[in-house]
Design a protein. Structure first.
Lengths: 250, 165
């Protein structure tokens, strides 16, 4: 009896950890729920119930079993972690690894930083911003300006996010800097279409993922999650918009 | 020539977003492929004036989700990895920016108009993704009846692998 109870506790911790990592990495709500319940079923815990929102997860293993809550405070987009957790869940479901091994692997995934080096991310943001010029009928001569503005904008987001931990603040400042660089470039004749340069450079910050995830959650019936994510997307868009607005207004 | 240029740059554009969203390294080129296929569909439809921007976005997102699903099954990764960066070229960032700019310049009429456009387009993208996903699920269920749960799927896969070895 004792071992069985311990086993349940271990199982609950494992499922909850998987859900927490996925939610923090920006997975869709229904995927998180699906993964946790699927893992539970694979351990022959049939009547597990979960309640997933972007700010916390409640998971219960059944009528007479324990229930636990975990809170989620940060949400970023980290597709690598989602893929890792997914593969652990697949392995557990098809009985390739045991519950203990799965828990250890999940702990390792939670602690590891899978992000590529920062300078590579900044380079990617800069290249993406300059590609935007070609895709949206911009001028080829605006590409260097967009390259610089996009790279610096993303750099500012990373730095200020690290310092303040307030997402709104970092996005606001990044778009402010982007707008400033774009207007400087136009002023010194290094670029000509300020609008297109700004749009291209803020693309890495735009909450496109959040918006689509929000609508998909709404369609899957997760109204709490959908509204919460939609609000987060709106706040982000508002931060970017007001940062740009300050530059445009002067 | 123009289409080739668009293909190339949308590939780079999407792959860069794959890096920013930290997709697994081996999936990044395929993220780029998904994005460029979706974008080229959108671009051709818009260029020849076949459909309006909302309809083109819907069809583009639909194609993105189908290609993403194919890659997701092939690499056994969640589908979100491929479609999150794939839809980025379709996201109406420019229109959203114009909305904000109009509102700051106190041109509320144009602002509302642009805001509605952005809202409709992003709604169409999300609809396209969900529609494709649901249709694929229905088709898959028709093809392999009884093999609905991932567990049986994995078990069958393992048996298959064992058979080959």
């Amino acid at each position: 009896m004792e071992t069985k109870e311990q086993n349940y506790e271990m199982a609950l911790d494992t499922f909850l950890l998987a859900g927490k990592i996925m939610m923090e990495s920006g997975a869709e709500t229904y995927r998180v729920e699906d993964t946790m319940l699927r893992m539970a079923r694979s351990q022959s815990i049939e009547d597990a119930q979960s309640y997933v929102t972007p700010t916390g997860i409640i998971l219960s293993l059944g009528r007479r079993q324990i229930t636990k809550i975990t809170s989620i405070s940060t949400r970023i987009t980290d597709l690598h972690k989602i893929a890792k957790v997914n593969s652990v869940s697949r392995k557990l479901s098809s009985k390739i690894i045991t519950l203990e091994e799965a828990y250890d692997e999940l702990r390792k995934i939670q602690k590891t930083n899978y992000f590529l080096p920062v300078h590579l991310q900044i380079l990617a943001a800069a290249i993406a911003s300059s590609c935007f010029m070609v895709l949206f009928n911009g001028l080829w001569s605006d590409i260097p300006a967009a390259f610089v503005a996009g790279g610096v904008g993303y750099f500012v987001v990373i730095i200020i996010q690290d310092m303040t931990k307030v997402k709104f603040f970092s996005e606001f400042f990044a778009s402010l800097v982007v707008g400033f660089i774009a207007s400087l470039a136009v002023h010194f004749d290094l670029g000509s279409e300020m609008d297109k340069i700004i749009v291209g450079s803020v693309m890495p910050l735009v909450p496109g993922v959040l918006i689509t995830n929000a609508v998909r959650d709404l369609m899957a019936g997760h109204f709490t999650a959908g509204i919460a994510k939609g609000t987060e997307a709106f706040l982000t868009a508002f931060a970017i918009g007001s940062g740009i607005a300050i530059v445009v207004a002067f | 020539m123009e289409i080739f240029l668009q293909l190339l740059f949308s590939f780079i554009f999407t792959a860069c977003f794959g890096v920013i969203f930290n997709a697994p390294t081996k999936a990044i080129p395929y993220c780029g492929l998904v994005g460029s296929i979706g974008w080229i569909v959108y671009y051709v439809l818009m260029d020849y004036g076949v459909t309006t921007e909302v309809q083109s976005s819907f069809i583009g997102a639909f194609i993105v989700a189908i290609v993403a699903q194919v890659f997701a099954r092939r690499f056994k990764m969640p589908m979100i990895i491929f479609n999150v960066s794939g839809i980025i070229p379709l996201v109406p960032g420019g229109i959203a920016y114009n909305t904000m700019r109009n509102i700051v310049e106190l041109d509320y009429n144009l602002g509302i108009q642009n805001g509605m456009r952005a809202f409709m387009i992003s709604g169409a993208i999300a609809m396209g993704l969900v529609f494709a996903e649901v249709i694929i699920q229905l088709v898959m269920r028709m093809f392999n009846k009884g093999k609905t749960s991932m567990q049986t799927y994995a078990r069958a896969k393992r048996r298959e692998k064992g058979g080959h070895l």
